[in-house]
Write a protein that binds this ligand. Sequence first.
Ligand SMILES: CC(C)(COP(=O)(O)OP(=O)(O)OC[C@H]1O[C@@H](n2cnc3c(N)ncnc32)[C@H](O)[C@@H]1OP(=O)(O)O)[C@@H](O)C(=O)NCCC(=O)NCCS
Length: 168
Amino acid sequence: MDTLIRRGRESDLPALRDILNHYILHTVVTFEMVELSLENRKTWFTQFREKGRYQLMVAEKSGATIGYAASLRFHQRPAYGPSVMTSIYIHPEYLGQGVGEQVYSSLLDNLKNEQEVHRAYGLVVLPNQGSVRLHEKLGFQAVGLLHEGGYKFGKYHDVRIYEHRLEK
Ligand SMILES: CC(C)(COP(=O)(O)OP(=O)(O)OC[C@H]1O[C@@H](n2cnc3c(N)ncnc32)[C@H](O)[C@@H]1OP(=O)(O)O)[C@@H](O)C(=O)NCCC(=O)NCCS
């Protein structure tokens, strides 16, 4: 069955929490360290709108929510407002099937039409071949490296900064 890409809804949050918690507990691709609750995801969800800087797109297959791409605040200082940070997580059973590309492309297409968004930044903990390939394929450029920028599971990890200029 085809993958449906649509706006995120509150009813997606239990599935999105479970997907993210898998990566939090078992990998360093996210620098979150402890499992997230449904209440935490409900608060997170309140930032999203159909227009503007902060948007949430989800992938659905056979009625199940299997991943998301989101744009989030990049930095709390106000002059960073036109820059957003992106986040993308696909259910581990559906990796490498084009779902990430579909949902991330949809989010980026939305952002390209938003006058108040100028740059999108993806922070990729290395190594992550899938995420590196996806960012480069979708038009992001590597613009920096945070050398040993994070510490998780007993060691330091490098983080590559990817920038999308969103071709207005
Ligand atoms: C990274 C992620 C979002 C990519 O989504 P996906 O649905 O698996 O990727 P797609 O099937 O859409 O593939 C997109 C491209 O990346 C390539 N790719 C995907 N996984 C790959 C891997 N493990 N190694 C090498 N290339 C990979 C695909 O071949 C495709 O490129 P191509 O068209 O040139 O062949 C997904 O793997 C994921 O959720 N990973 C765990 C969480 C994560 O790392 N999130 C990103 C944090 S920065």
